[in-house]
Design a binder for this molecule. Sequence first.
Ligand code: SAH
Length: 357
Amino acid sequence: MAINEGKEEAELFQAQAHLYKHVFNFIGSMCLKSALQLNIPDIIHSHGRPITLPELLSALQMDPAKSSYVYRLMRLLVHSGLFSTTKVPIGEGEEEGYDLTPSSRLLRKDNVPSLFPFVQAMFHPAIVHPSECLGDWLSSNEPTPFHTAHGMGFWDYLSQNEEFNRLFNQAMISDSSMMNLVIKDCRSVFEGFNSLVDVGGGKGAVSRIISTSLPNLQCTVLDLPHVVENLQDSRNLKFVGGDMFQSIPTADAILLKLVLHAYSDEDCVKVLRKCKEAIASKGKEGKVIIIDIVINEKKDEHDLKDAKLFFDVLMMTVVTGREREEKEWEKLFLEAGFSHYKITPIFGVRSLIEVYP
Ligand code: SAH
Protein backbone atom coordinates (compact mmCIF):
# COMPACT_ATOMS: atom_id res chain seq x y z
CA MET A 1 0.00 0.00 0.00
CA ALA A 2 1.38 3.44 -0.98
CA ILE A 3 2.38 5.57 2.01
CA ASN A 4 0.40 8.57 0.81
CA GLU A 5 -2.77 6.63 0.11
CA GLY A 6 -5.81 8.55 1.30
CA LYS A 7 -3.75 11.55 2.49
CA GLU A 8 -4.90 13.93 -0.23
CA GLU A 9 -8.52 12.99 0.33
CA ALA A 10 -8.14 13.45 4.10
CA GLU A 11 -6.65 16.90 3.51
CA LEU A 12 -9.56 17.85 1.27
CA PHE A 13 -12.09 16.77 3.88
CA GLN A 14 -10.18 18.71 6.52
CA ALA A 15 -10.21 21.73 4.19
CA GLN A 16 -13.97 21.29 3.77
CA ALA A 17 -14.44 21.34 7.56
CA HIS A 18 -12.19 24.42 7.85
CA LEU A 19 -14.14 26.17 5.10
CA TYR A 20 -17.54 25.35 6.61
CA LYS A 21 -16.36 26.58 10.00
CA HIS A 22 -15.58 29.97 8.46
CA VAL A 23 -18.74 30.05 6.36
CA PHE A 24 -20.80 29.46 9.48
CA ASN A 25 -18.93 31.78 11.86
CA PHE A 26 -22.00 34.03 11.54
CA ILE A 27 -24.18 31.27 13.05
CA GLY A 28 -21.99 31.45 16.18
CA SER A 29 -22.44 35.22 16.27
CA MET A 30 -26.21 34.93 15.86
CA CYS A 31 -26.47 32.33 18.64
CA LEU A 32 -24.67 34.79 20.92
CA LYS A 33 -27.09 37.49 19.79
CA SER A 34 -30.09 35.31 20.68
CA ALA A 35 -28.60 34.42 24.09
CA LEU A 36 -28.41 38.16 24.81
CA GLN A 37 -31.93 38.73 23.50
CA LEU A 38 -33.17 35.99 25.85
CA ASN A 39 -31.16 37.47 28.73
CA ILE A 40 -29.48 34.12 29.44
CA PRO A 41 -26.35 35.55 31.20
CA ASP A 42 -28.53 37.38 33.77
CA ILE A 43 -30.84 34.39 34.17
CA ILE A 44 -27.89 32.11 35.00
CA HIS A 45 -26.45 34.69 37.39
CA SER A 46 -29.76 35.25 39.23
CA HIS A 47 -30.23 31.50 39.55
CA GLY A 48 -27.28 31.54 41.95
CA ARG A 49 -25.88 28.19 40.83
CA PRO A 50 -25.48 26.40 37.46
CA ILE A 51 -28.89 26.10 35.81
CA THR A 52 -30.23 22.85 34.35
CA LEU A 53 -32.01 22.82 31.01
CA PRO A 54 -35.54 22.42 32.52
CA GLU A 55 -34.77 25.27 34.98
CA LEU A 56 -33.53 27.45 32.13
CA LEU A 57 -36.68 26.76 30.10
CA SER A 58 -38.83 27.63 33.07
CA ALA A 59 -36.88 30.88 33.69
CA LEU A 60 -37.29 31.71 30.00
CA GLN A 61 -41.03 30.98 30.40
CA MET A 62 -40.74 28.72 27.39
CA ASP A 63 -42.86 25.75 26.41
CA PRO A 64 -40.95 22.55 27.38
CA ALA A 65 -41.44 21.50 23.75
CA LYS A 66 -38.65 24.01 22.91
CA SER A 67 -36.24 22.07 25.14
CA SER A 68 -34.22 20.48 22.35
CA TYR A 69 -33.82 23.86 20.55
CA VAL A 70 -32.48 25.58 23.66
CA TYR A 71 -30.24 22.55 24.33
CA ARG A 72 -28.72 22.85 20.84
CA LEU A 73 -28.27 26.62 21.11
CA MET A 74 -26.50 26.20 24.45
CA ARG A 75 -24.39 23.27 23.17
CA LEU A 76 -22.88 25.54 20.51
CA LEU A 77 -22.35 28.42 22.95
CA VAL A 78 -20.68 26.07 25.46
CA HIS A 79 -18.46 24.79 22.66
CA SER A 80 -17.47 28.42 21.89
CA GLY A 81 -16.51 29.01 25.54
CA LEU A 82 -19.30 31.53 26.10
CA PHE A 83 -20.95 29.29 28.71
CA SER A 84 -19.72 26.19 30.50
CA THR A 85 -21.36 23.06 31.90
CA THR A 86 -20.90 21.51 35.28
CA LYS A 87 -22.64 18.78 37.33
CA VAL A 88 -25.25 20.00 39.82
CA PRO A 89 -26.85 17.82 42.51
CA ILE A 90 -30.57 17.39 41.83
CA GLY A 91 -32.54 15.17 44.28
CA GLU A 92 -30.66 11.93 44.70
CA GLY A 93 -28.58 12.30 41.58
CA GLU A 94 -26.91 14.97 39.55
CA GLU A 95 -27.60 16.78 36.29
CA GLU A 96 -25.68 18.96 33.93
CA GLY A 97 -26.08 22.70 34.59
CA TYR A 98 -25.05 25.73 32.52
CA ASP A 99 -22.72 28.25 34.10
CA LEU A 100 -21.19 31.58 33.12
CA THR A 101 -17.62 31.83 31.84
CA PRO A 102 -15.44 34.97 32.18
CA SER A 103 -16.73 36.08 28.74
CA SER A 104 -20.45 35.72 29.51
CA ARG A 105 -19.92 37.28 32.97
CA LEU A 106 -19.12 40.46 30.99
CA LEU A 107 -22.58 40.20 29.39
CA ARG A 108 -24.61 40.64 32.57
CA LYS A 109 -26.69 43.79 32.20
CA ASP A 110 -26.52 45.30 35.67
CA ASN A 111 -22.93 44.58 36.42
CA VAL A 112 -19.90 46.87 36.07
CA PRO A 113 -18.12 46.36 33.79
CA SER A 114 -20.81 45.11 31.38
CA LEU A 115 -20.22 44.77 27.66
CA PHE A 116 -23.90 43.97 27.03
CA PRO A 117 -24.63 47.38 25.39
CA PHE A 118 -21.48 47.13 23.24
CA VAL A 119 -22.35 43.66 21.96
CA GLN A 120 -26.00 44.62 21.47
CA ALA A 121 -25.04 47.66 19.34
CA MET A 122 -22.63 45.63 17.21
CA PHE A 123 -25.47 43.23 16.34
CA HIS A 124 -27.71 46.11 15.20
CA PRO A 125 -28.63 45.92 11.49
CA ALA A 126 -27.05 49.39 11.03
CA ILE A 127 -23.66 47.65 11.59
CA VAL A 128 -24.39 44.14 10.32
CA HIS A 129 -25.90 45.20 6.99
CA PRO A 130 -22.79 47.16 5.76
CA SER A 131 -20.66 44.06 6.39
CA GLU A 132 -22.77 42.26 3.77
CA CYS A 133 -21.90 45.04 1.30
CA LEU A 134 -18.07 44.71 1.46
CA GLY A 135 -17.80 43.04 -1.96
CA ASP A 136 -20.16 45.49 -3.68
CA TRP A 137 -18.38 48.41 -2.04
CA LEU A 138 -14.95 47.27 -3.29
CA SER A 139 -16.22 47.43 -6.87
CA SER A 140 -17.89 50.82 -6.32
CA ASN A 141 -16.69 54.38 -5.69
CA GLU A 142 -18.45 54.73 -2.34
CA PRO A 143 -16.21 55.88 0.57
CA THR A 144 -17.29 53.01 2.88
CA PRO A 145 -19.55 49.90 2.83
CA PHE A 146 -21.65 51.86 5.34
CA HIS A 147 -22.40 54.40 2.55
CA THR A 148 -23.25 51.49 0.20
CA ALA A 149 -25.71 50.13 2.76
CA HIS A 150 -27.22 53.34 4.14
CA GLY A 151 -26.52 56.05 1.53
CA MET A 152 -24.63 58.22 4.06
CA GLY A 153 -21.61 58.15 6.36
CA PHE A 154 -21.57 56.69 9.90
CA TRP A 155 -21.45 59.99 11.85
CA ASP A 156 -24.27 61.51 9.73
CA TYR A 157 -26.34 58.35 10.24
CA LEU A 158 -25.83 58.61 14.00
CA SER A 159 -26.87 62.27 14.06
CA GLN A 160 -30.08 61.42 12.14
CA ASN A 161 -31.02 58.16 13.84
CA GLU A 162 -31.91 58.68 17.47
CA GLU A 163 -32.39 55.01 18.40
CA PHE A 164 -29.06 53.85 16.96
CA ASN A 165 -27.26 56.97 18.27
CA ARG A 166 -28.43 56.07 21.77
CA LEU A 167 -27.33 52.44 21.37
CA PHE A 168 -23.93 53.50 19.99
CA ASN A 169 -23.26 55.92 22.85
CA GLN A 170 -24.31 53.27 25.38
CA ALA A 171 -21.94 50.85 23.62
CA MET A 172 -19.02 53.26 24.03
CA ILE A 173 -19.91 53.88 27.68
CA SER A 174 -19.97 50.13 28.32
CA ASP A 175 -16.63 49.61 26.57
CA SER A 176 -15.16 52.39 28.72
CA SER A 177 -16.49 50.83 31.92
CA MET A 178 -13.58 48.37 31.59
CA MET A 179 -11.30 51.35 32.37
CA ASN A 180 -12.47 51.15 35.99
CA LEU A 181 -10.35 48.02 36.29
CA VAL A 182 -7.06 49.71 35.47
CA ILE A 183 -7.40 53.38 36.34
CA LYS A 184 -5.68 52.78 39.69
CA ASP A 185 -2.63 51.46 37.79
CA CYS A 186 -2.66 54.45 35.44
CA ARG A 187 -2.22 57.32 37.92
CA SER A 188 1.38 57.89 36.82
CA VAL A 189 0.19 58.45 33.25
CA PHE A 190 -1.63 61.62 34.38
CA GLU A 191 0.93 62.73 36.99
CA GLY A 192 2.05 66.38 36.85
CA PHE A 193 -0.96 67.51 34.84
CA ASN A 194 -3.57 70.07 35.90
CA SER A 195 -5.81 69.74 32.86
CA LEU A 196 -6.90 67.09 30.36
CA VAL A 197 -9.11 67.24 27.26
CA ASP A 198 -10.80 63.96 26.31
CA VAL A 199 -11.17 64.48 22.56
CA GLY A 200 -14.08 62.49 21.07
CA GLY A 201 -14.86 61.57 24.67
CA GLY A 202 -18.49 60.66 23.94
CA LYS A 203 -20.75 60.90 27.00
CA GLY A 204 -17.65 61.21 29.20
CA ALA A 205 -17.50 57.67 30.61
CA VAL A 206 -13.70 57.58 30.76
CA SER A 207 -13.41 61.20 31.91
CA ARG A 208 -15.86 60.53 34.74
CA ILE A 209 -13.64 57.66 35.94
CA ILE A 210 -10.47 59.77 35.61
CA SER A 211 -11.93 62.92 37.19
CA THR A 212 -13.27 60.96 40.15
CA SER A 213 -10.00 59.15 40.65
CA LEU A 214 -7.89 62.35 40.22
CA PRO A 215 -9.90 65.18 41.85
CA ASN A 216 -7.18 67.79 41.15
CA LEU A 217 -7.26 67.22 37.41
CA GLN A 218 -9.59 69.50 35.40
CA CYS A 219 -11.17 67.32 32.69
CA THR A 220 -12.95 68.59 29.58
CA VAL A 221 -14.84 66.30 27.20
CA LEU A 222 -14.90 67.55 23.62
CA ASP A 223 -17.41 65.81 21.33
CA LEU A 224 -19.92 66.64 18.61
CA PRO A 225 -22.69 68.97 19.85
CA HIS A 226 -25.50 66.36 19.58
CA VAL A 227 -23.46 63.94 21.74
CA VAL A 228 -22.70 66.31 24.64
CA GLU A 229 -25.94 68.31 24.68
CA ASN A 230 -27.74 68.24 28.04
CA LEU A 231 -24.78 66.66 29.86
CA GLN A 232 -24.23 68.07 33.32
CA ASP A 233 -20.83 69.57 34.22
CA SER A 234 -19.40 68.78 37.65
CA ARG A 235 -16.63 70.34 39.75
CA ASN A 236 -13.68 69.06 37.68
CA LEU A 237 -15.49 67.76 34.59
CA LYS A 238 -17.05 69.83 31.83
CA PHE A 239 -18.51 69.12 28.41
CA VAL A 240 -17.81 71.14 25.26
CA GLY A 241 -19.57 70.66 21.91
CA GLY A 242 -17.33 71.18 18.88
CA ASP A 243 -15.33 69.66 16.05
CA MET A 244 -11.86 68.28 16.77
CA PHE A 245 -10.80 69.08 13.19
CA GLN A 246 -11.51 72.77 13.83
CA SER A 247 -10.31 73.42 17.37
CA ILE A 248 -9.30 71.60 20.56
CA PRO A 249 -9.30 73.42 23.94
CA THR A 250 -5.87 74.06 25.46
CA ALA A 251 -4.70 71.59 28.12
CA ASP A 252 -1.62 69.92 29.63
CA ALA A 253 -2.62 66.57 28.16
CA ILE A 254 -5.04 65.20 25.57
CA LEU A 255 -6.79 61.83 25.66
CA LEU A 256 -7.98 60.10 22.49
CA LYS A 257 -9.72 56.80 23.24
CA LEU A 258 -11.07 54.83 20.29
CA VAL A 259 -11.06 57.92 18.10
CA LEU A 260 -8.08 57.73 15.73
CA HIS A 261 -8.88 54.16 14.65
CA ALA A 262 -12.06 55.54 13.04
CA TYR A 263 -10.12 57.89 10.73
CA SER A 264 -7.80 57.77 7.70
CA ASP A 265 -4.09 58.51 8.16
CA GLU A 266 -4.59 61.97 6.66
CA ASP A 267 -7.37 62.85 9.12
CA CYS A 268 -5.40 61.40 12.07
CA VAL A 269 -2.43 63.64 11.23
CA LYS A 270 -4.81 66.65 11.13
CA VAL A 271 -6.25 65.79 14.58
CA LEU A 272 -2.81 65.04 16.04
CA ARG A 273 -1.49 68.43 14.80
CA LYS A 274 -4.45 70.13 16.53
CA CYS A 275 -3.62 68.14 19.69
CA LYS A 276 0.00 69.30 19.50
CA GLU A 277 -1.16 72.93 19.30
CA ALA A 278 -3.51 72.37 22.25
CA ILE A 279 -0.72 71.11 24.54
CA ALA A 280 1.91 73.61 23.30
CA SER A 281 1.80 75.76 26.46
CA LYS A 282 3.02 72.78 28.55
CA GLY A 283 6.15 72.61 26.35
CA LYS A 284 8.00 69.28 26.26
CA GLU A 285 6.04 68.13 29.35
CA GLY A 286 2.74 67.94 27.45
CA LYS A 287 1.43 64.60 26.28
CA VAL A 288 -1.14 62.97 24.01
CA ILE A 289 -2.54 59.77 25.51
CA ILE A 290 -4.06 57.36 23.00
CA ILE A 291 -6.03 54.22 23.85
CA ASP A 292 -6.46 52.12 20.73
CA ILE A 293 -5.48 48.82 19.13
CA VAL A 294 -1.87 48.15 18.12
CA ILE A 295 -1.70 45.12 15.83
CA ASN A 296 1.29 42.96 16.66
CA GLU A 297 0.93 39.97 14.36
CA LYS A 298 4.02 38.20 15.73
CA LYS A 299 3.17 38.51 19.43
CA ASP A 300 -0.63 38.48 19.65
CA GLU A 301 -2.10 35.12 20.63
CA HIS A 302 -4.86 33.69 18.46
CA ASP A 303 -8.00 35.17 20.09
CA LEU A 304 -6.35 38.58 20.47
CA LYS A 305 -5.22 38.59 16.84
CA ASP A 306 -8.73 37.54 15.68
CA ALA A 307 -10.33 40.34 17.69
CA LYS A 308 -7.88 42.97 16.41
CA LEU A 309 -8.24 41.93 12.76
CA PHE A 310 -12.05 41.86 13.07
CA PHE A 311 -11.95 45.38 14.52
CA ASP A 312 -9.76 46.47 11.60
CA VAL A 313 -12.27 45.24 9.02
CA LEU A 314 -15.10 46.75 11.11
CA MET A 315 -13.33 50.12 10.86
CA MET A 316 -13.03 49.64 7.09
CA THR A 317 -16.73 48.74 6.93
CA VAL A 318 -18.38 51.48 8.95
CA VAL A 319 -15.92 54.38 8.69
CA THR A 320 -12.74 55.26 6.78
CA GLY A 321 -10.55 54.08 9.65
CA ARG A 322 -8.16 51.22 10.35
CA GLU A 323 -6.38 49.42 13.16
CA ARG A 324 -2.64 50.07 12.98
CA GLU A 325 0.67 48.31 13.55
CA GLU A 326 3.32 50.11 15.61
CA LYS A 327 5.22 51.34 12.56
CA GLU A 328 1.97 52.81 11.14
CA TRP A 329 1.30 54.66 14.41
CA GLU A 330 4.88 55.91 14.48
CA LYS A 331 4.56 57.36 10.96
CA LEU A 332 1.47 59.35 12.04
CA PHE A 333 3.19 60.71 15.17
CA LEU A 334 6.31 61.82 13.30
CA GLU A 335 4.27 63.36 10.49
CA ALA A 336 2.24 65.36 13.02
CA GLY A 337 5.47 66.72 14.54
CA PHE A 338 5.79 64.58 17.70
CA SER A 339 9.26 63.36 18.69
CA HIS A 340 8.73 60.07 20.54
CA TYR A 341 6.17 57.69 22.00
CA LYS A 342 5.75 54.75 24.37
CA ILE A 343 3.35 51.82 23.92
CA THR A 344 2.08 49.82 26.92
CA PRO A 345 -0.32 46.95 26.14
CA ILE A 346 -2.47 47.14 29.29
CA PHE A 347 -6.06 47.15 28.07
CA GLY A 348 -6.35 43.68 26.52
CA VAL A 349 -7.28 44.35 22.91
CA ARG A 350 -6.25 48.00 23.26
CA SER A 351 -2.90 49.56 24.19
CA LEU A 352 -1.96 52.76 25.95
CA ILE A 353 0.18 54.97 23.70
CA GLU A 354 1.84 58.04 25.22
CA VAL A 355 3.01 60.52 22.58
CA TYR A 356 5.37 63.41 23.34
CA PRO A 357 6.13 66.69 21.50
N1 SAH B 1 -13.76 58.13 23.49
C1 SAH B 1 -15.08 57.54 23.68
C2 SAH B 1 -15.92 57.48 22.39
C3 SAH B 1 -15.24 56.86 21.20
S1 SAH B 1 -16.29 56.80 19.77
C4 SAH B 1 -14.94 56.16 24.29
O1 SAH B 1 -13.93 55.50 24.12
O2 SAH B 1 -15.90 55.70 24.92
C5 SAH B 1 -15.68 58.19 18.85
C6 SAH B 1 -16.24 59.51 19.35
O3 SAH B 1 -15.72 60.54 18.50
C7 SAH B 1 -17.76 59.61 19.26
O4 SAH B 1 -18.28 59.98 20.52
C8 SAH B 1 -17.99 60.69 18.21
O5 SAH B 1 -19.18 61.44 18.44
C9 SAH B 1 -16.74 61.52 18.34
N2 SAH B 1 -16.45 62.33 17.15
C10 SAH B 1 -16.57 61.99 15.84
N3 SAH B 1 -16.21 63.01 15.05
C11 SAH B 1 -15.87 64.04 15.86
C12 SAH B 1 -15.42 65.38 15.62
N4 SAH B 1 -15.25 65.83 14.39
N5 SAH B 1 -15.15 66.16 16.69
C13 SAH B 1 -15.31 65.71 17.97
N6 SAH B 1 -15.74 64.42 18.25
C14 SAH B 1 -16.01 63.62 17.21
